[in-house]
Write a protein that binds this ligand. Sequence first.
Ligand code: MTE
Length: 314
Amino acid sequence: MQHPGEAPNSRREFLRTGALFTGTVAALGGGLELLSRRPGAAAESALPGLVGQAKKALGPYDTSEPVTPYAQATGYNNFYEFGTDKADPARLAASLKPRPWTVKIDGEVKKPMTVDIDTLQSWFPLEDRIYRMRCVEGWSMVMPWLGFPLSALIRRLNPTGKAKYVQFTALLDPKQFPGQRGDVLAWPYVEGLRLDEALSPLAFMAVGLAGRVLPGQNGAPLRLVVPWKYGFKGIKSIVRITLTEKQPQTTWAQSAPGEYGFYANVNPKVDHPRWSQATERRIGELSRRPTLMFNGYADQVGSLYSNLDLRKNY
Ligand code: MTE
């Protein structure tokens, strides 16, 4: 993240499989459970470890762009709890134990609680969302997530009238996260959204990727996905969700306030102090392409920011 220079392209990156994600939920381990809960999933076959073959009609929020090959989506990651190299998360992810796992829900909610991840997941039918993801470093991917809308979770939590923001906290455990034995960032990783942003139909909680249980390197067992914002807002391995009255602290804004703001909306017109945000390189492609306002999701989320100076509120 500190270094916008990207890792050299591996040859495999250019060997497109041609096989787009087709939306079937097959799974590893607990993912078979995911499959059984997904509406319409019963007829689909699930071989552990394989992505299924059935076709899926694109939903209203899905992009039809080619999905990033699974090897890149799970092999080129930012997850500083494992290290700062893009290959560290995949190499070290086995030390993260996504079960048993609980999520603490507190702050401005009518009934604070600590809930087991499987129980939390069972509250919602699982959906697929094929979203673009744009990293602040200037690369992007297309990711086929599996999960549920954040708005459904927030509504179920019954926020009090005072709730204005949602804060997310990632796991703090240097035994599972070798990167937390150093101080490259202040741990635990924290992120936040305004409540109205969190209620946007685009805001998503992922528990799976490409029809499989979410791999450790992508933020198992629960991560935030907000595709109109830079990737660093998508906090991984969440253990706590707190509804707050005041704008919460966020890790990157704390680490370099002049470089990373609370909003972090993708904006080709507002450059990062050390590099331009006008273009991006889609992983798997050679040339750069123009970056779109709100990462191409302006129709869905632009109205959230009509009263905000996006230069000041970067
Ligand atoms: N979440 C945690 N807990 N720790 C991190 O270091 N990195 C962020 C975000 N979520 C990060 C995190 C950054 S900088 C990006 S670009 C995305 O995760 C990368 O997600 P991916 O590896 O699934 O593509």
